[in-house]
Design a protein around this ligand. Structure first.
Ligand code: GCO
Length: 449
């Protein structure tokens, strides 16, 4: 290993990330309302192999052992999300106190074990009852979301100090409202732009509500980001394709938050978002976060594609390019995280960056209670090294969270891609720490103790 934890400084936040729908299971227990992911994943042919998150890792029941494992791995920070419909079964109105009690047990046990809870308020599982009223495409979502944020503060805000408002708005609006491959399975430009604008408003509004409640909170929100290169270097049309895809995938939600508005100049089709804007919205889109969460896994290569609607560009997947890739068909390209950090550092309005997700899915083999996941270990090591390189060059990056604690429900791909530091046998719920997990725990071992 070419680095130690100390190289990153005392304040650097090391952690691990999960999301409610991917791990909790207990989809209809103790008064929980249905979410769009419950209904989407239980429809035919939406998820690979017909999988769903009804049971997942059964974290709802297994959390005491799982939090113990986090402690055993020396991981000081745990990022997880709250399921909106577990505490507000209809999205608004009536509170489900059993759901509230469950999150209180999780939070209290984290604190007892010396693990700092980092809460993502929205990680994609909108209450179905709100979807029935249009969900993210209905501007009313601003009121529903504000009420939900206030509930999170009311019931958990005395102990939770670190908050992330949204998880990857580009993915849940793009995959969920344009491509239809994620819940709620809607398609089309209008649905997408409406959902995108309302999500961008909520991301800032969520920040304002948290801030007005407590000055001391550390408030952030997270974004997917992939460095983008042209297929043919110095090819003018490919370079133009890069600019457009970058505006869509990397800048659409970040820049309005930073007070820069939507990147319409570089992607003309985005002008249509103005149809959904009311006077004063431009200002409402902006909020000064304490940190922004970078979620990086790969880079993309794009080429000019005149027949592709809206962007005239296409992404060339890793297997077509015959480069090393993960089970998600994402190129292994550690420099992407460095390039992302360097670029974000140039935005004056970004105060601090935390890597809130990075990780990889590979074929894992459980043999005699061990998983020798050499590729994942190498992946993590190489990416963490790139984070250090950026930090040494002055980038204000101050944290790194692995995606993810344990193998879990990987959305449209079901349980096949395993991203965990811990192996999960989904028939028995048995956990086995992988070699990558052992390596991470060694890295985080406090040598001063
Ligand atoms: C994401 C999600 C995770 C995914 C991970 C791997 O933000 O996309 O937070 O839920 O599982 O990114 O695809």
């Amino acid at each position: 290993m070419h680095f130690t934890k100390e190289d990153f400084g005392k304040d650097f936040k090391w952690g691990v990330s999960t999301a409610a729908y991917q791990i909790e299971g207990a989809h209809d227990l103790d008064g929980k309302g249905t979410s769009i992911w419950d209904s989407f994943s239980n429809k035919k042919r939406k998820i690979t192999n017909g999988h769903n998150g009804n049971i997942a890792c059964d974290f709802y029941h297994q959390y005491p052992q799982d939090l113990e494992l986090i402690k055993q791995l020396n991981i000081p920070n745990y990022r997880f999300s709250i399921s909106w419909s577990r505490i507000l079964p209809n999205g608004t109105g009536e509170i489900n106190f059993k759901g509230v009690a469950y999150y209180n047990r999780v939070i209290d046990l984290c604190l007892e074990l010396g693990i700092e809870p980092w809460v993502t308020i929205y990680h994609w599982d909108l209450p179905e009852a709100l979807h029935a009223k249009g969900g993210w495409t209905n501007r009313e979502v601003l009121n529903w979301f504000s009420e939900y944020v206030q509930c999170c503060i009311k019931y958990f805000g005395d102990r939770v100090k670190h908050w992330m408002v949204l998880n990857e708005p580009m993915v849940f609006t793009g995959a969920g409202y344009f491509l239809g491959v994620h819940a709620p399975g809607k398609v089309g430009l209008s649905n997408f732009l409406a959902a995108a604008h309302h999500a961008a408003l909520c991301q800032a509004e969520g920040g304002r509500i948290l801030r007005s409640h407590q000055q001391e909170y550390k408030i952030g929100t997270t974004f997917s980001y992939s460095h983008i290169d042209p297929l043919r270097e110095n090819h003018e049309k490919d370079l133009r394709a890069v600019v457009k895809v970058d505006a869509l995938l990397n800048r659409l939600f970040l820049e309005p938050l930073l007070g820069m508005g939507y990147p319409m100049k570089d992607l003309k089709i985005l002008q249509k978002i103005e149809r959904f804007m009311l006077p004063g919205d431009e200002q409402k889109l902006a909020f000064q976060m304490d940190f922004v969460g970078l979620q990086n896994y790969t880079r993309e290569i794009v080429s000019h594609a005149p027949l592709m609607p809206f962007v005239q560009a296409k992404i060339i997947k890793a297997n077509k390019r015959k480069v090393t890739h993960t089970l998600m068909n994402w190129e292994v390209y550690p420099a992407s995280i460095y390039q992302a950090l360097k670029r974000w550092n140039n935005y004056p309005a970004i105060k601090e960056i935390l890597v809130t997700e990075n990780g990889a899915a590979f074929h894992d083999h459980l043999v005699e209670n061990e998983v020798h996941d050499a590729e994942r270990l190498q992946y993590l090591q190489d990416h963490i090294e790139q984070v250090l390189k950026a930090q040494k060059e002055g980038v204000k990056v101050n944290g790194y969270f692995v995606w993810t604690l344990m193998d879990n429900f990987e959305w449209a791909e079901g349980y096949h891609p395993r991203f965990g530091l811990i192996h999960v046998d989904f028939d028995t719920q048995k956990r086995t720490i992988k070699n990558s997990g052992k390596w991470y725990s060694q890295l985080l071992l406090d040598r001063k103790l």
